[in-house]
Design a protein around this ligand. Structure first.
Ligand SMILES: Nc1ncnc2c1ncn2[C@@H]1O[C@H](COP(=O)(O)OP(=O)(O)O)[C@@H](O)[C@H]1O
Ligand SMILES: [Mg+2]
Length: 261
């Protein structure tokens, strides 16, 4: 039986001022099943990062409910939220965000050290080994390629054994060979370790690694692909939507059996 690791219910996120509100999320309800890989796509400004930040407790929605592994984020105080983020959620950013003065191994153990724990050296070595960088433990970020830095960031995100790993355009700054390594790594985490992964990307060939693709537009989920996800299928669906947003929505609803006309 699959369970939902993350559920989002009626999420709205409004920024700006009362006279000039910017609605980043406009009623998003969806969930991410345990042990699945979801890609979140959509035009720039469609709310992808806001969705990820709200789901990860990095940002609070204006309205709606976020549940991670059965815990409602809305019910948590600031300290509890910080602990939940630190212990149960992994996050990978486009810009890697490694500490430049620390080695790969020190970067990986940082979340545990910040939590006041002393990570066993073999756990750090195992984390680096899992991302294919066992021989780079003593290297600083400047001595690593972009793809290697991002894999260190993935190891760092996984050292606390989070229930879900969020990644916001993790391959956005990488060339295609390095992107492929990071995507294969994310795919293997799901297939071999049952990790739940939610990744924002604008690249159809990156989305093709996922089990499911959510398409956002104007802060709403407007389409969803599951099964037979290829880069061509994803690109075709996006092109269809850009050419005829209204017709594409109707097509999506019909496919989902929600409209009979
Ligand atoms: N902290 C913020 N303050 C004001 N506006 C924001 C903030 N974060 C996001 N927005 C706005 O919300 C919308 C969605 O942004 P974002 O989630 O970053 O989109 P995406 O990641 O899809 O490009 C955009 O119009 C953006 O300008
Ligand atoms: Mg973004």
């Amino acid at each position: 039986m699959t369970t939902d690791t993350v559920t989002l219910t009626g999420l709205r996120a409004v920024y700006g001022t009362p006279s000039r509100p910017v609605t980043a999320l406009d009623g998003v309800t969806t969930s991410f099943a345990s042990g699945t890989f979801t890609a979140v796509m959509g035009p720039s400004g469609s709310g992808k990062s806001t969705l990820l930040h709200c789901a990860a407790g990095l940002d609070s929605p204006t309205e709606g409910i976020v549940t991670i592994d059965g815990t409602r984020l809305n019910d948590l105080g600031e300290d509890e939220l910080t602990r939940l983020r630190r212990d149960r959620i992994g996050f990978v950013f486009q810009a890697f965000n490694l500490v430049s003065t620390l080695t790969a191994a020190q970067n990986v153990e940082l979340p545990l050290r910040l939590a006041g724990r002393r990570p066993p050296a073999r756990d750090v070595a195992a984390a680096l080994d899992a991302v294919g960088l066992a021989d780079r433990a003593g290297h600083r970020p400047s001595e690593l390629s972009g793809g290697e830095q991002q894999r260190v960031a993935v190891a760092r995100a996984l050292i606390t054994r989070p229930v879900v790993l969020f990644a916001d355009e993790p391959t956005g700054a990488l060339d295609s060979a390095a992107s492929r390594q990071v995507l294969q790594l994310l795919r293997a985490l799901v297939d071999d370790h049952g990790q739940t992964v939610v990744m924002v990307t604008h690249d159809p060939s990156a989305a093709a690694y996922a089990d499911r693709v959510l398409l956002l537009a104007d802060g709403r989920v407007v389409d969803e692909l599951t099964g037979g996800i290829t880069a061509a299928a994803v690109a075709a669906r996006i092109a269809e939507r850009e050419a005829d947003p209204v017709g594409a929505s109707r097509h999506a609803a019909e496919t989902a059996g929600e409209l009979s006309c």
